[in-house]
Each structure stands twice: as structure tokens, then as C-alpha cells.
Design a protein around this ligand. Sequence first.
Ligand SMILES: [Zn+2]
Length: 248
Amino acid sequence: MSMDKFDIKYLSNKTGGDISLNRILNQYVPKTELSKFILEKALKGTVIYKFGDDVYSKNRIAILSGVHGNELAPQIASLHIMEKLNSLDSSKIDGIIYIIPFVSPYSSMRNSRYFDGRDLNRMASISGNISNDLVQYFKNIKVDAVGDFHSTAPNANPGVEAVFSTKKPSKLSYEIASHISENVGSKLIAYENAGNVFNGALEDELNLNGIPAVTCEVLSQNGHLNNKSLKQSLLQMNSYLDYFNMIL
Ligand SMILES: [Zn+2]
């Protein structure tokens, strides 16, 4: 199978890592040509994949996973979503879906929350790192929404399956989160204003920059995953796509 059809772009060449060295994560990587291709590309950095055709006035939305490299369920869920989109004729995708399955392959390789000792989900307001690069990139290409998919350990914050959102300045953040919460049963967490509670979080920075964003969390021990957390992460992603009727 040829992978030439993939319109890919590197957003960083400093973040590369060999995902297959994370044995726990690698066990769940689909044994397909596509996943092999994605892992190969991740060796050199952060890659954004694009599915669907550019049509004016159609929605363009993004899915992120692996901002925290030790939160494994959403990274595998992204690969499953990509397998599904890859199997569809592009005419079945109503708009464009951007997917970054591994925001920081280096962190994923090391099964670590941190990149260079830093939490990438607290760095989005500071230039010179992949989190802020993502915000700038999504601003430039004017995406309609970003879903950032994580997992949370039982004793951490939020410690339950949840969707974070804010009502201002991007009300759509709250509306997307409400939809996912109703659909999947994840707890709805809605703050009034972006940027008040989590300084430098990707979701907050995106919302502050006028790009509606949500953070989805499934319950899983850090550095591990199981079929239940994988299933819930997939349900959250599908519900997010469904909010925008992305798949015909
Ligand atoms: Zn996280």
C-alpha cells in the first residue's frame, strides 16, 4: 500500500522518538502499514496528518493526543481513528480532520508526562516549544475546533472521566463538551473564563486565541492502558467528530 496520498507536515523536528521502544504502548499499536508509517515518521518529530479535501465553508477540526507521553489510551485511540478515516473514501469526510497522534514522540517513547523536564500542557503561552507552536499553527490555518485527548489517573485531577471546557471567550468549547458529555457520559467540567485555572494549558490558550477547544480525559493509570480506557477515549473522539458531522 502506498502512503504517498498522506498530506503530512512536521510541526517540530526536536520532539522525535521511537514509539516502539515504549513496550506497553507498542503492544496496542495496530499491526498495519499505516501505523508502521506513522511510527516511522514520529522518529523525526511531531507530525500533523490531514484527512479530507479542502472545500471552502466546510468545517476543519483537529484531534491531538500525546501532549502527555505517559497517557497512552488517547494515543492509540488516535491511531484507530486514523485507520478508520484511511479506510473511507475522502468524499465521506465532510471537511478536514487534522490529527496529531503523538504530539511529543520523545515523551511517548520514554512513557513520560514531561518533555525536557517540562509539562507541555503548561507551556502553551510561552513561545519556543511545541505547545505554543501548535497554538500558532492552528491560528494560522484557522481551524474551527481542537480536541485535546488525555487520560487521568484515579487519584489525580480530575481523577474521573471528564471533558473540560470554558464558556468564554469561545462558547463553542462549552457546547462541544456538553455534546460529548451527554453522548459518552463523561463528566462535564465547564469554567466561566479560559486561562483562569490552568495557566499555559493548550485548551485554554486555544480558547483565548479564538479557537474553540476542549480537553477530554479518560480514566487510566499513567503509563498503562487497558481496553476499557481505550474504548472510552475512542467514544470521546467519535462524539467530537459527530458534533461537527464530519463523517457522512
Ligand atoms: Zn494529560
